[in-house]
Design a protein around this ligand. Structure first.
Ligand code: ADP
Ligand code: MG
Length: 275
């Protein structure tokens, strides 16, 4: 897609969070689809040695080569990517990492060197590289964040969750002090139950705690569609021919993201309704 002169190329967006089960993989997968449906070329990278993306999508993705083999120089990126049903969306599974070696694999990537060169290669072919990470701010997550353009984090609408974001901001401040140009693009409230006071209180707390532009306007409700989608091994937007209402949230997040990172189509004009 053509973009304005000043638009960044090959933006790297790392999806990270301190805890498991807060929606990192859900956000990575569904946002990747939404951005690709808006016609940006997207590479979704699974950097979780547990293979979150590989396991949440049906098929044999978790048996394929992927990030691990590309980083080891055993295969090229274009050989390792798995095509999706959208021309704009490619997937890179994490690859084959024996469970006993997972922690070592992750630690070895903490300095960001290897993953930084990987990003540099991928940036030539994609507008946006979305990286799903394991629940930790060290290891491969830290390495990826240090070389990323932006970090986004789901914030589970549960009491005390907002406090973990402060730790997060500390880690990013540290990376920036060491010369990284990474920016926190924002947090997305997940599993919001707008009819529950405690859930709303968390939303309220994060709106009060963080600068306004740090919290995405769009929020992800708690919705059984995510379980159905997980069971079907697909993003909610592809769950059925007429997707459930919750799928539209990711288009909203994608639109906000475009604005925040300055993706712009230079020849974008209103389109006439009439043919
Ligand atoms: N908004 C939501 N409503 C209902 N279930 C959700 C929602 N977000 C995530 N889930 C479910 O919660 C579980 C954990 O989500 P996941 O994205 O895998 O978290 P993480 O990658 O942070 O460990 C998954 O089963 C997922 O389908
Ligand atoms: Mg995950």
């Amino acid at each position: 897609m053509s973009r304005g002169m000043n638009d960044p190329k090959g933006v790297v967006l790392v999806v990270a969070g301190l805890k498991g089960g807060i929606g990192k993989t859900t956000l990575s997968l569904n946002l990747s689809l939404a951005v690709a449906q808006r016609r940006w070329r997207v590479l979704l990278v699974d950097a979780d040695p547990q293979g979150s993306i590989g396991f949440s999508i049906h098929g044999d993705l978790h048996q394929k080569s992927g990030l691990a083999e590309v980083l080891a120089g055993e295969v090229d990126l274009d050989q390792a990517v798995v095509k999706s049903r959208l021309a704009e969306l490619d997937l890179l599974p994490v690859g084959q990492i024996p469970s006993v070696a997972a922690s070592r694999w992750s630690t070895d990537l903490e300095d960001g060197e290897a993953i930084g060169s990987f990003f540099a290669g991928a940036q030539k072919a994609y507008d946006l590289i979305i990286v799903d990470t394991p629940p930790s701010l060290g290891g491969v997550t830290l390495g990826a964040m240090s070389r990323a353009s932006f970090v986004i984090s789901p914030l589970q609408a549960e009491p005390l969750a907002a406090r973990s974001v402060s730790k997060f901001l500390e880690v990013l401040a540290h990376l920036k002090a060491e010369g990284s140009s990474v920016e926190m693009i924002g947090v997305v409230l997940n599993m919001l139950q707008s009819r529950h006071d405690s859930s709303l209180a968390v939303a309220q707390e994060s709106w009060n705690l963080f600068p306004e532009d740090l919290v995405f306007e769009a929020t992800i409700p708690r919705d059984p569609a995510f379980l159905h989608a997980s069971a079907a091994g697909t993003p909610v937007g592809l769950l059925q021919r007429r997707p459930p209402a919750v799928a539209a949230v990711f288009d909203q997040i994608a639109a906000e993201l475009e604005t925040k990172i300055g993706f712009d189509v230079d020849d974008d004009q209103a389109i006439s309704l009439l043919g």
